[in-house]
Write a protein of this length. Structure first.
Ligand code: PFF
Length: 520
């Protein structure tokens, strides 16, 4: 049985580092600081913290609880708790079929209608296990484009030490980025290097691979960001950047900003993809999930704030303009670091891109591990062949993003298919894939997980999984222990309420907003 053979984390610290590694990624460094600056600074940070606590933490706990209780990958976890819910899944399937008919009748979008009908039919046949399959599939799909961006970051790390990033003008920065991003072959080399590292780590298993790598990479990442924060904050004129990033301005905070905070909380914690179900399934029974999750959330938020403090004071002090996404990372920051006094631009750039490489790699490792766990559990494959098969096949799919990062030149047939399903296609293949996964699929999966845990598995059963009495250590006659039990009871009640009502409602709202169905 897979359950008996399942490998476990060696320590709680290792588990926290691995889960934090998954959460801390590109979103913390290139998205959070910018949307904070644009949406009222400190006011946005306060709202973001609220979102993390209102939906991030409850859904994270739900995923960990599902994984630990079932000791399974996402498909196995959904299957494990499904008995008795056949009627509910058949109702879902019926609603899906009606929805497919409505889409076909009113929008004439037969591509989308067929997809919805197909998924509904699958739910009719396999029940909620389809949701688990969907989680693992999406994780692989996300990895296929995350690997291309991760590859660019590895190339930039190399360039910073070999003198390739020594420019101070944004025109040269633009040139270099265009040369890399529009050249499918260069992107492929970076992507393959990234996939090989992820595959190498997963090859060695949970304890000797993922856990060991995270325990080394994450502390290095924190040390690097702290050095950069100190350098950035001690520059003359740094204050303007701190003001832009953190000064609370409630006038600049709109409803749109609040929903953006909700969406980002979700993306940043790597929720809705079954990764945390997988990581939870490697947890032994005697670990307290609640405290570990709090640590993960804390690390993720702390790193996002430190990233802002490393970036904006330097950008403002050097007279550059803050931008979002790839421009900030690949164009503005190299010029900023090179303009800093002391001619050490190569060192600051090198440190920054190594830090980014570590952040991107630990997230990629978690995505690959989700697939490995699924493949080894539902086929006869052992871990090592499974890692090799997945690394090779995801790299092949990633070629689409490597060659379709800048234009559709090589992918016209795919564009036609996507236009049929999506109506219109605005960005490149990579942009579109990122948009669909982050704005549609992740919140949708998260909604399914929260509803499933809250209503199908049952929040009270889930809650039991969050705390564990440590055999021989906890004692019901001990006053300190009883106080702990009391505090746990309260937090369990709060969690139950959140996972059943508040989280699904807020996730639904975020989903409708980020998918463009409601607008503010
Ligand atoms: N949490 C990552 C970030 O903040 O960049 C993004 C991410 C990584 C999302 C891995 C999903 C994932 F599976």
């Amino acid at each position: 049985m897979a359950t008996a053979k399942r490998e476990h984390w060696g320590s709680t610290w290792g588990f926290i580092m691995a889960a934090a590694g998954s959460a801390i990624g590109l979103g913390n460094v290139w998205r959070f600081p910018y949307i904070t600056g644009m949406n009222g600074g400190g006011a946005f940070v306060l709202v973001y913290l609220g979102c993390i606590l209102l939906i991030g933490l409850p859904v994270m706990l739900a995923e960990f609880a599902m994984g630990r209780a079932s000791q399974s990958d996402p498909i196995g976890a959904f299957k494990h708790f499904s008995p008795g819910s056949e009627l509910i899944s058949k109702c879902f399937s019926g609603v899906g079929l009606v929805l497919a008919a409505l889409i076909a009748a009113f929008s004439h979008n037969f591509g989308l209608a067929s997809i919805v009908a197909l998924v509904s039919a699958a739910v009719w046949k396999w029940g909620f296990a389809v949701a688990g399959f969907f989680c693992s599939l999406v994780a692989m799909l996300i990895l296929s484009y995350y690997a291309v961006i991760g590859g660019w970051i590895l190339i930039y790390s190399w360039e910073s030490f070999s003198g390739g990033l020594s420019f101070t003008g944004t025109a040269e920065a633009e040139n270099l980025f265009v040369n890399i991003a529009t050249n499918g072959w260069i992107s492929t080399i970076g992507m393959l290097a990234y996939m090989l590292i992820c595959g190498f780590v997963c090859f060695f298993g949970v304890k000797k691979g993922v856990e060991l790598a995270s325990k080394i990479m994450m502390p290095v990442l924190f040390v690097l960001i702290l050095v950069l924060v100190v350098r950035s904050l001690t520059l003359p004129g740094a204050n303007a950047g701190v003001q832009f990033f953190l000064a609370p301005d409630f006038n600049n905070l709109s409803v749109k900003g609040v929903l953006e905070a909700l969406g980002h909380a979700f993306y940043s914690l790597s929720l809705g993809m079954g990764i945390l179900i997988t990581y939870g399934s490697y947890l032994p029974r005697d670990r307290n999930i609640f405290t570990s999750s709090l640590f993960v959330v804390l690390c993720d938020t702390l790193l996002a704030i430190l990233a802002g403090l490393a970036i904006f004071p330097a950008v403002f002090a050097m007279g550059m303009s803050p931008e979002q996404g790839p421009s900030l990372l690949f164009k503005v920051l190299p010029c900023t670091f090179n303009s800093m006094p002391g001619s050490l631009g190569w060192l600051w750039n090198g440190m920054f891109f190594i830090l980014m490489s570590l952040a991107a790699l630990t997230s990629g490792i978690s995505l690959l591990e989700c697939g490995v766990s699924t493949l080894t559990q539902h086929t006869k494959l052992q871990r090592r062949p499974a890692v090799i098969i997945l690394t090779v096949s995801i790299s092949l799919v990633a070629l689409l993003s490597a060659f379709g990062a800048a234009s559709w030149k090589y992918l016209m047939p795919l564009k036609n298919v996507m236009e049929r399903v999506l109506g219109s296609v605005k960005g490149s293949f990579l942009d579109e894939l990122d948009y669909i996964c982050s704005n549609w699929i992740l919140p949708l999966d998260g909604l399914i997980i929260a509803l499933f845990v809250g209503w199908v598995w049952g929040a009270s059963k889930g809650a039991k999984e969050l705390y564990t009495v440590r055999q021989g250590k906890d004692n019901y006659n001990d006053a300190k222990f009883l106080r702990k039990v009391f505090a746990q009871n309260i937090s369990v009640t709060v969690w139950t309420y959140f996972v059943r009502f508040i989280a699904p409602l807020l996730v639904l709202l975020t989903f409708l907003f980020s998918a463009g169905i409601i607008k503010f």
